[in-house]
Design a protein around this ligand. Structure first.
Ligand SMILES: [Zn+2]
Ligand SMILES: [Zn+2]
Length: 435
């Protein structure tokens, strides 16, 4: 069968071609270099800051998120992919990864291995949101977590690792919005004050807030609905109601950030949409796009207890929204992604040369020389054009005559200089010139 003909046929029946699931997107080859760069930068930063890789499954029991993230949160109430397995188990595609990491920490007694435990994760998360520009139902997060120590030192370390990551990708003028959500001692008093403030205007709250305002009044502060935003003015702020310990914690975090010249701004309305936070919460934004959080995180000292540990295990972490970061970088024309030129473009002319050519190409690759080819283009002219387009440093031309003489033509694409070298010295000659 002629493969080209076959392809034509398939394309003419557009309606029969499968499409991706709504809200889910492909990472296309044109963005491949940026994604790889992001993984590479992330790995390097993680290593520098001493975070070890760990991974949890994409599927978890539904109960984990109900207990960890909170039943009354937007995420759990309406944004999770939930289904029953054949074994009648209620499971969910993970909407975030901090609860799973803490689950694993408790299940595997990871506290025994390090104090604190510092890990990073990277992978897809799932939320059933209304698909719109920049929002996906499957999206990717890079996260750092530090579990087992409540010292403000680690809150600051998480913020610094996040900023290091983003600036290593080329992002500039980053700002940290920071707040505290208090603790079990001071939060209830503040919540009472907040309820008093909203009580008179209860009827004007949006539907969601009216329903959950008794359960989770802090969420009223970051509700995006216009009617709720208007009620914000004059609302009491938690900074005026912190207990001594929370106050001292916040001051120390800010001091650490100041010592590191971090641009931060206190945001008394920042609460983040997850119930497990205590004390520090923060978001990282670009100065010229402060409405989009590129990363967000905070402390979660009660999460372990929510998950049934019977004790508190302090923790602090961040998740970085990969799609958001890459989209922002693209909007700023930041060149994320390796730009170094391929070393060799290998041109073969004729069947005989092609047969031997793959052996030679493999030899170069085994010697760690980045080698491209496009043998399907057949003619010398077409292959040379492809080599030009790829901006290769050198082109190897291997035709019938070279095949017979056991030589190869090496052309420097910048100078145009051309020389013939014996095949037996191919690899070492290349390496010499690439040095
Ligand atoms: Zn407190
Ligand atoms: Zn609302």
């Amino acid at each position: 069968m002629n493969p080209e003909k076959n392809e034509e046929k398939t394309n003419s029946k557009k309606e029969a071609v499968f499409q991706s699931v709504r809200g889910m997107h492909d990472i296309l080859p044109k963005d491949g270099a940026a994604w790889m760069d992001m993984w590479n930068v992330g790995r390097e930063i993680s290593e520098l800051h001493d975070f070890t890789f760990m991974e949890t499954p994409i599927l978890e029991t539904l109960g984990l998120f109900e207990a960890g993230v909170g039943k009354m949160t937007d995420i759990v109430e309406k944004e999770m992919f939930v289904f029953k397995t054949r074994g009648k188990e209620d499971v969910a595609l993970r909407p975030e990864c901090t609860a799973p990491i803490m689950r694993s920490f408790l299940q595997n007694h990871l506290g025994h291995f390090a104090s604190p435990l510092k890990v990073f994760y990277a992978g897809p998360m799932f939320r059933y949101e209304r698909p719109q520009a920049g929002r996906y139902r499957q999206f990717h997060q890079w996260g750092f977590e530090i579990i087992g120590d409540g010292d403000p030192f680690y809150d600051a370390e998480i913020v610094l690792a996040t900023l290091h990551f983003l600036s290593a990708l080329g992002l500039k003028e980053l700002r940290v919005k920071i707040n505290t959500v208090g603790c079990r001692v001071c939060r209830p008093t503040y919540q009472k004050k907040l309820l008093q403030h909203y009580k008179a205007n209860k009827k004007e709250l949006c539907k969601d807030c009216a329903r959950r305002y008794e359960e989770n009044p802090l969420r009223l502060l970051d509700c995006k609905a216009q009617e709720c935003r208007e009620l914000l003015s004059g609302a009491p702020i938690i900074l005026d109601h912190l207990c001594q310990a929370c106050n001292a914690h916040l001051r120390q975090v800010l001091e650490f950030l100041e010592n590191n010249m971090v641009l931060y701004e206190p945001d008394p309305h920042l609460v983040r949409g997850l119930d497990y936070y205590s004390r520090t919460v923060f978001e990282v934004v670009a100065s010229d796009k402060p409405e989009t959080a590129l990363a967000g995180g905070g402390r979660y000292d009660y999460l372990a207890e929510f998950l049934g540990a019977g004790r508190n295990v302090p923790g602090v972490g961040v998740s970085i929204g990969i799609e958001r970061v890459l989209e922002y970088a693209a909007s700023k024309k930041l060149s994320i992604g390796r730009k170094d030129r391929p070393s060799i473009f290998f041109v073969v002319v004729g069947e005989e040369a092609k047969k031997k050519g793959l052996y030679l190409i493999q030899k170069l690759r085994l010697a760690r020389v980045r080698t491209l080819e496009s043998v399907g283009k057949k003619s010398l002219e077409n292959q040379m054009r492809a080599a030009n387009k790829a901006k290769a440093k050198f082109v190897f031309i291997f035709g019938q005559r070279e095949c017979f003489e056991e030589t190869i033509i090496m052309r420097n694409m910048d100078s145009g200089a051309q020389e013939t070298i014996p095949l037996s010295r191919m690899v070492e000659e290349v390496k010499k010139r690439l040095r």
